[in-house]
Ligand binder design. Sequence first.
Ligand code: FAD
Length: 347
Amino acid sequence: MFASLSRTAIPRTSTRAFSASARAQADVNAAVFLEDKGGELVPAAANAVTAAKKLGGKVTGILIGKDEASLEKAIAMSKKLGLDALLVRHAPALEHALAEPTAPVLAELVKKQGFTHLAGPHSALGKNIFPRVAGLLDVQQISDVMSIQDAETFTRPVYAGNAISTVRSQDAIKLFTARASTWEPAQPTESECSVDVAAAENVGPEQAQWVSEEIVKSERPDLASAPTVVSGGRGVKSKESFDSTIIPLADALGAAIGASRAAVDSGYAENSLQVGQTGKVIAPNLYVAVGISGAIQHLAGMKDSKTIVAINKDADAPIFQVADVGLVADLFEAVPELTKKIEEAKK
Ligand code: FAD
């Protein structure tokens, strides 16, 4: 069954009151898939909780993993998110959060517990698991939700963020992923919720095999949630100059590091640092774009930043159309000078 879609171009907002929606709101019994990494909740899980709370009803968290012990920290973190209840489901096959075994567990829980909504982060894992759950439940997934008007009406970006689509779902179960940068993380509370731990039912087939993973450990702020981000693009020219220009400026500002896809593809920066349509979508207080032209796919990932600073030697670069502060200069001169000035000002 498919939801009805109505497309609305920016900046029109709907002021219509939906009486049926108000009724639906009263019956909301939402669940949130709480993504964890290495036994700890990922920051985007707390953003998804806020989105689910916006629905206006009961909110239950769902944690899935190998066993209770491996989820100990995630359970403690989840209990502080102001949830009404927490369901913990475990099985050996769920250790690495592979989509194939995990999706049927979520679908089963939604059906058995009678959830009206299932929310989750719009992360790489969320984007892998949720379409499968939607298929199993025969409902349409609503992706990258930016705002919720009522229990059945959601907005999401389309055309790389150039238009906002208002989606009104008529599915019995509403399934959506929440864009982390538009939802504040749920604030920690002292009141704890009830926890129900049990073996997972309906674990899916192990069609994919977990082989290994490389975790990049960094003391640097997390790109997805950092208040300041310094990003480098193809204009930086090499990995060596990325390391000697972008990293010192980020250090001086206490910032996370980002990169354009061209910089990632050229090997200047890790894939996980890509900002944009096919990378991370972020909205820091300050975004500094260095040697980045401002292609539409890059803008899709950063144009909601509160203040955008662009450094580019081409005065006609499209990045200047979204920048609050623009510097037309050679980055190899401007960035070291700026970094020096910031370091001096800190003394
Ligand atoms: P360029 O466009 O080559 O720009 C380099 C800039 O550096 C230029 O403006 C130049 O004037 C400037 N410059 C050069 N030398 C100097 C100097 N010495 N000093 C100052 N400035 C200098 N891109 C993303 O970033 N993120 C995405 O998620 C993404 N997803 C995509 C998805 C699809 C389906 C497609 C088709 C493309 C996607 N892209 C994405 C790629 C995107 O279209 C652009 O190719 C890319 O963003 C360009 O990166 P860039 O700005 O670093 O490089």
